[in-house]
Design a protein around this ligand. Structure first.
Ligand SMILES: *Cc1c(COP(=O)(O)O)cnc(C)c1O
Length: 716
């Protein structure tokens, strides 16, 4: 995720944090001073694990997770959870022999095993993985029901409860009811430093920080000063607690979250290129170091070097660090060799590539046409015109877009289920039986006419709506001359009107009569808005622009612009390109695999109905894409073509549902498995959506919105 940024400082600190964990388990300074060792291992090093949780919250949960709307988000983290489970499983296996040797599993009951797996870890450092998994699950659960603010409160309360069972044990140790309750809990888990009390706060903080848009160029002074100050205070806190002997355990401090927060902010400003490799290395140092501690002791004895290698705490620590780093490096090298990281290699029969940078470019280009007060409200209906509504909306969220429109309620729900933030307006009809879903998923419904408003009001609970005004398209909307209806609409008890809209139906043409009609539509719309104001109703947000409105009539502005086709970098038809004042970049490429290459002898036919016959010997290829994927069947028999190895190959015979045959006689070296480009670039050749639209007698909007759901959308 977000690999284009410079996260090198975070990556480097991961390794430092792993070495701090090694310090906790080896106490490097005990040979010199108990206080110094306490400071290093019980204060400073306590930043390490919270830091790891912050990283996970930041990158895995992200700002979608911590945004304003509750989101059922388990699906969005399931991939990550699977990865962590595999790692945890591997770590458990590695430590079984050592655990047996150390006598950990002597009297292993089912409940003790569960306690180990869920809370304490099967070896002393493995509690981290269970805490990570449990923490994420718990947060997902909280997030389902709680607003962001309530969630913050909940994780904070959990942390404080954890503190009382950890460093602040002395406070409650002698309070009868409470300490008994804790003692009872300690039969379930040994420490409060786990996935319930410790992990959720830091995971949540990480996700919140992801929403703060911190740039590498931001000032370092505040986070640096904040870190130094809070670290000093946390040191004081640690030594005081130690002096009073309050600590049952010493993992959690009151100042730890604040200190970790400043540290994380500071690292985010450390403009260093990301170092992917260090991420895996730090994890393996964490996993492997206890094994190397055991190994070092085992080796030292027969070598009669115990005094040097084990008894001197600092040398012992440094050697364990060195061995762990070497082992971690070796393991990651081995794993990279066995299963090389898959960069970007689609293995599908056909797929769509979504160009993140092009999308970003189009967003800025469209914003530049509009006044500052007008925000984009992208139309991501019909699976974002075939581009994949969820990835597109998530990317737009990242670009600061937080209003969307979709065609129907199921589209809105899908976005919410994937954590998309901001207002989502449903442009079309929603059955009254589905009104409860509007509320559950925080969706805004278009009030499509007056009778529909009555229906919405009858629902009995508040519904958010944007009023559609029909100014001449005569599709949806209440007629603009029914002024008394609009007035009544605004005073309906259960309707919260937050916007008003109209749709301009002739903006794609610059003919004088079209311009005149558009002007009349805009005027009629603003008449309605004015009448509202006159009667003292607060004027809601208004919007009347679609892509061509923005391109041809930027002065009509409004509060939102419902841009669709232009956002995807495409015009509806070719002639509009020259007229346009901004350069848009197509976001989508469409590709498919060559399944088979074969010879065709003169006189032989190909495809259904054998509509194609070879005149001379030729080479043909079957592509794994067809009209079932959205390739118009009207491109059959030489009307359309594809690009393979930078060359054009004409479609021959009839396009099938799942396959298409092309003529590749002139393409040397073509092989099964090659990429065929249906839309996009190959070498110096390009096929645009306009080409496909023209060849099949339609507009680009139809071509794109019909792209089949069975093809994966891949962000690049
Ligand atoms: C689809 C749609 C849009 C977006 O149209 P584009 O021409 O693709 O920008 C805007 N408003 C309404 C009401 C729509 O249905």
């Amino acid at each position: 995720m977000q690999t284009n940024k410079n996260y090198g400082a975070l990556d480097v600190f991961r390794v430092i944090a792993a070495f701090l964990v090694v310090a906790i388990h080896t106490s490097p300074l005990t040979s010199f001073s108990a206080e110094a060792d306490f400071f290093l291992t019980r204060v400073v090093a306590r930043l390490a694990v919270p830091f790891f949780f912050l990283v996970t919250g930041y990158f895995v949960l992200g700002k979608q997770f911590a945004g304003r709307y509750p989101s059922p988000c388990l699906s969005s983290v399931s991939g990550y959870l699977r990865k962590i489970l595999v790692m945890y499983g591997a770590a458990i296996l590695i430590y079984i022999p050592i655990g047996i040797y150390a006598g950990h599993y002597k009297e292993l009951s089912a409940s003790a095993l569960l306690r180990m797996l869920i809370f304490d870890g099967t070896f002393y450092h493995l509690w981290y993985f269970s805490a990570l998994i449990l923490g994420i699950l718990l947060l997902c659960f909280l997030r389902r029901f709680l607003s962001a603010r309530a969630c913050t409160a909940a994780v904070f309360v959990l942390y404080v409860l954890g503190l009382l069972g950890d460093s602040y044990w002395g406070l409650i140790e002698h309070v009868p009811g409470i300490s008994a309750a804790y003692e009872w809990c300690f039969q379930i888990f040994s420490y409060t430093r786990n996935g319930i009390f410790l992990a959720p706060l830091f995971l949540w903080m990480g996700a919140r920080i992801a929403g703060q848009q911190i740039r590498p160029t931001d000032s370092r002074i505040i986070p640096a000063a904040g870190f130094a100050l809070t670290l000093a205070l946390m040191t004081a806190e640690g030594f005081l607690l130690r002096y009073f002997e309050w600590q049952r355990h010493d993992s959690m401090y009151l100042l730890l979250p604040v200190c970790a927060y400043f540290l994380y902010r500071l690292l985010l400003t450390g403009n260093i290129p990301s170092k992917q490799r260090l991420r895996a290395v730090s994890s393996w140092i964490y996993i492997l170091h206890p094994a190397l501690i055991v190994l070092l002791r085992g080796i030292a004895k027969p070598l009669h070097a115990t005094t040097l290698l084990v008894d001197n705490s600092l040398i012992h620590y440094l050697i364990v660090c060195l061995l762990s780093a070497a082992a971690a490096y070796a393991v990651t090298a081995f794993l990279n060799h066995v299963c090389p990281p898959v960069n970007f290699y689609p293995m599908d029969r056909a797929w769509l590539e979504i160009d993140r940078n092009a999308l970003k470019h189009n967003v800025s280009a469209l914003r530049s046409l509009l006044p500052k007060t007008c925000e984009l409200m992208p139309a991501i209906k019909a699976d974002a015109y075939g581009h994949g509504a969820v990835p597109v909306a998530q990317e737009l969220n990242r670009l600061g877009v937080d209003s969307f429109c979709v065609a129907c309620i199921s589209e809105g729900i899908e976005l919410r289920k994937n954590g998309v933030q901001g207002e989502i307006l449903i442009l079309g009809y929603t059955h009254p039986k589905q009104f409860p879903l509007l509320r559950r998923y925080h969706l805004t419904q278009t009030v499509i006419d007056f009778p529909y408003a009555l229906e919405m009001n009858r629902f009995g609970k508040k519904l958010k709506g944007h009023i559609a005004v029909d100014t001449g398209m005569h599709r949806l909307g209440e007629r603009c001359d029914h002024m008394e209806h609009f007035i009544r609409l605004l005073s309906m008890k259960n309707l919260t009107i937050t916007g008003a809209m109209t749709h301009l139906c002739s903006v794609d043409s610059n003919l004088p009569e079209s311009r005149e009609f558009t002007r009349q539509q805009a005027e009629a719309f603003y008449r309605v808005i004015k009448a509202w104001k006159k009667r003292g109703f607060t004027c809601p947000k208004i919007h009347l622009q679609s892509s061509y409105g923005v391109l041809n009539y930027p002065e009509l502005a409004g509060d939102y612009a419902r841009v669709g086709i232009a956002l995807y970098g495409v015009h509806s038809a070719r002639e509009d390109y020259d007229a346009s004042s901004i350069q848009l970049k197509p976001v989508l490429s469409w590709k498919a695999r060559v399944a088979v290459v074969k010879e065709l002898l003169p006189g032989e036919g190909a495809g259904y109905g054998l509509t194609f016959t070879a005149d001379s010997p030729m080479k043909i290829a079957t592509l794994s894409v067809g009209y079932g994927d959205g390739l118009p069947r009207s491109l059959s028999s030489g009307v359309g073509s594809v690009l393979i190895r930078g060359q054009r190959a004409a479609i021959i015979g009839r396009i099938c549902m799942d396959q298409t045959i092309v003529d590749v006689t002139e393409i040397p070296g073509i092989r099964a498995g090659d990429e065929a480009v249906l839309l996009g670039q190959s070498g110096s050749e390009t096929i645009t959506a306009c080409d496909l639209a023209e060849q099949s007698g339609t507009i680009t909007n139809e071509i794109l919105s019909r792209l089949g759901a069975r093809m994966p959308r891949i962000m690049i």
